[in-house]
Write a protein that binds this ligand. Structure first.
Ligand code: SF4
Ligand code: SF4
Ligand code: FES
Length: 277
């Protein structure tokens, strides 16, 4: 299982050997419902190589270390600068973005091995490419937007203190990558979309609900968001293991968000009990 304490590069790693070859051990799958298998590839590296550049090399040279011709490995990516979250996978046991994963840090010696696996909490489409739709479904459930009618100029928005802006800015950086969900012991893989609305919704959607609740106009939908977050699979399902905050590449204060939404959930539940709304 992916954990926050799995292998990470450290500053006392040996200096990277120039011109070395690295073994990529990749967990492969030909499509939804198909069995997994492992294949290894020997890849020559250059200074500054990252996992994506090595995957590109493998795509052009799909021969395994035991000389077998195979299909090119499939993965997803977009921005190549740790902004879109599409390239997230499990690298040497730790979930992270492959575009920003430098081989000099992970495999500095000749023959070092880098293990690549798809995230385990999302359905695999093929090889390292997973379907992240469940996260977008969660954002829809918590109404992750500011309700504004029309496209005309609405004038200046509500005033917000710099401190409040800064707090919300940190939350706005979420790229829906899935690292926090992959590392969370409470967030379970649910292949069937019918189960998505009752299984634990996870730190990503909880934090985004806080982000939009904290916006003066966005707060108009706070009641609807809190209905979801106090329902089945809501914030009370968090077991406080704090793995999520340790793996978030954007350093989003997820446990702080979970605490804040937990407090709002209590107020919401009391209000509902006494006022009926
Ligand atoms: S603190 Fe909650 S959301 Fe974060 S990893 Fe733990 S159980 Fe999951
Ligand atoms: S909260 Fe962090 S780890 Fe979770 S989806 Fe957003 S950016 Fe990724
Ligand atoms: S390709 Fe966008 S985060 Fe890696």
């Amino acid at each position: 299982m992916t954990t926050a304490t799995a292998h990470q590069p450290t500053s006392d790693k040996p200096k990277a050997v120039p011109g070395r070859s690295v073994i990529f051990k990749i967990k492969r799958c030909d499509g939804p419902g198909k069995p997994f298998r492992w294949e290894s590839f020997k890849v020559p590296t250059e200074p500054g190589s990252n996992v994506i550049s090595c995957l590109k090399w493998i795509a052009a040279n799909p021969t395994t270390t035991d000389g077998k011709q195979t299909t090119p490995v499939v993965w997803d990516s977009g921005c190549l600068e740790e902004v879109c979250g599409a390239c997230t996978m499990v690298i040497n046991g730790r979930v992270r973005q492959s575009c920003s994963c430098l081989i000099d840090d992970y495999a500095p010696r000749e023959g070092d091995t880098v293990t690549l696996e798809p995230m385990s909490k999302f359905p695999v489409i093929r090889d390292l490419w997973v379907d992240r739709e469940r996260m977008f479904n969660a954002l829809e459930r918590v109404k992750g937007w500011v309700p504004i009618d029309g496209t005309y100029n609405l004038g200046a928005g509500p005033q917000e203190s710099p401190e409040h802006q800064q707090m919300r800015y940190a939350l706005s950086e979420c790229m829906t990558c899935g690292c926090c969900l992959e590392a969370c012991p409470q967030f379970l893989k649910e292949e069937d979309p019918k189960n998505w609305d009752t299984a634990f919704i996870g730190a990503q959607a909880i934090s985004q609900a806080r982000y939009f609740n904290e916006h003066e106009t966005g707060a108009r939908l706070k009641g609807d968001r809190m209905d979801v977050l106090t329902g089945p699979g809501g914030v009370s399902d968090c077991g406080n293991a704090q793995n999520c905050v340790k793996v978030c590449p954007k350093h989003i204060p997820l446990t702080e968000s979970i605490g804040a939404v937990g407090r709002s959930a209590t107020v919401h539940a009391i209000k509902k009990f006494f006022l009926g709304h």
